[in-house]
Design a protein around this ligand. Sequence first.
Ligand SMILES: [Fe+2]
Length: 246
Amino acid sequence: MRYLILSDIHANREALSAVLSFVRRKHWDKAVFLGDLVGYGANPNQTVDMVRKLKPLVAIRGNHDKVCSGIEEGELFNRVALQAAMWTRGKLTPSNLRWLRSLPEGPMIVDGEFAISHGTPIDEDAYIFGEIEALNVFRQTSFPLCFFGHSHFPVMFGLTPDAIHTVLSVAPSFRFKLRPGARYLINPGSIGQPRDGNPLASFALYDSDSRTVSIHRVPYHVEQAQSKILQAGLPRPLADRLALGR
Ligand SMILES: [Fe+2]
């Protein structure tokens, strides 16, 4: 099976459109979404509609999906994130609000092949930035392979009996074959708001037969996404950071 792994779209229609047209030429069997479909960007309904049309689809919720759909009130959000979440809540159609509210909490096992989580498989709101957090997750779980999001940073952590390894790809297209006996925590990066200093939309494909993960970076109309954010009256830093990838 070939899985299309998508995360942290954040209502960025331009970025999601670019990724979906990029994969139109590629073969995939199932879309897997790791949470944060909305929040920050100016096209929440359009991006929810686009993801709802992906079939077959497995999806879990992210922290922004919870606040934007009213499951939580965002007490821990910063001012900019909260302002965007409340704007999004007011814009979502009743159908899309209901759909977002129905997204399950991770972790979830997909086809008996791998796990998915938004933050970590222990706490959907917690981050995995580096090897210490990754090691803690490896020790408290037993998943051989887990895809996660939330940090907006494409990265792979591999655990062997001897050590933990980090693979940080900076290539526009990067392939990695999973080693037998090793365990992995893999972030495909963010489609709608990358934070690794590279503004290109980031996503992954996973081939469970060859056990190969590829992470792809795709250019999109950043200026268009930025001008929509400003036209919507959303905070300027949300537009500025798209060009910086931070
Ligand atoms: Fe996010």
